[in-house]
Design a protein around this ligand. Structure first.
Ligand SMILES: Nc1nc2c(ncn2[C@@H]2O[C@H](COP(=O)(O)OP(=O)(O)OP(=O)(O)O)[C@@H](O)[C@H]2O)c(=O)[nH]1
Length: 227
């Protein structure tokens, strides 16, 4: 719906130096999806899988606090074959598993590459957290932060590292704006003010092909990764 274009080489998410596996084969590009509880991370992962699965070899790692609910949703929705979906149970602090002690997630992505690789792309979905949760650059090459219109139109203005530094900010559920009184123009302007040249997408996954802009952004990252 609304994409401010920036080069895939811009910003802290540029292609990492550790792109090769010990066997010399290029590892998959890893993209993290974080954001507050219920903003639409799993729905975005599901839509990305549907959009990209015929053109790239994909896998997903989900992080849940005490359950495997997000992985089970993706399995039920059959967005990918079951062996391409792995779940990490994070315990009380979802941000710890993606930022501080990333070992369980690293093991999950490496196991997927060993078992179903070679892979082009692994999407790592964080457990729902707050505005401060971001991924370690040791775990992912780029990160998408998903907020939603129903969470309040002042969220972009409030900032926080997810909103200000993620490689892509997604403002999801734009279809709900009229019902919750959110001002999309203001959200977009505030997000741009916080993020400089980093891109912002406003999307509704209730719209047909609502994932298009985010899928195109992922495609451009993949093209840069495999160039
Ligand atoms: N109206 C509307 N609902 C949406 C949209 N995207 C997701 N949802 C709904 O919002 C709810 C939460 O979406 P999820 O994808 O589970 O959110 P999440 O961020 O993964 O949630 P947690 O994993 O619990 O943090 C679900 O009922 C989705 O169907 C959207 O664009 N518009």
């Amino acid at each position: 719906m609304h994409l401010d274009h920036a080069s895939p080489h811009d910003g802290p998410g540029a292609v990492g130096a550790d792109a090769l596996r010990p066997d010399g084969v290029r590892r998959a590009l890893r993209i993290g999806l974080g954001g507050p509880v219920g903003s639409g991370k799993t729905a975005t992962v599901a839509a990305l899988c549907r959009a990209l699965r015929d053109e790239a070899s994909l896998a997903v790692v989900t992080n849940d606090i005490y359950t495997r609910e997000d992985a089970e949703f993706l399995l039920r929705a059959a967005v990918l074959p079951p062996e391409r979906i792995a779940a990490v149970e994070t315990g009380a602090c979802p941000h710890t598993a993606i930022r501080d002690d990333i070992s369980a997630n690293l093991e999950a992505v490496e196991d997927l590459e060993d078992e179903v690789g070679p892979l082009d792309l692994i999407l790592v979905e964080s457990g729902g957290d707050n505005l401060t949760a971001t991924f370690s650059r040791g775990l992912v090459d780029a990160q998408i932060f998903v907020i939603d219109v129903a969470g309040g139109d002042d969220i972009p203005r409030k900032g926080g590292p997810g909103v200000t530094t993620a490689d892509l900010l997604v403002v999801n559920k734009t279809d709900l704006a009229p019902y919750v009184g959110s001002d999309l123009t203001r959200m977009a302007a505030d997000a741009r003010a916080q993020r400089g040249r980093l891109p912002v997408v406003l999307q509704s996954l209730r719209e047909e092909d609502g994932i298009r802009d985010v899928a195109d952004w992922v495609r451009s990252r993949l093209a840069a990764w495999t160039a």
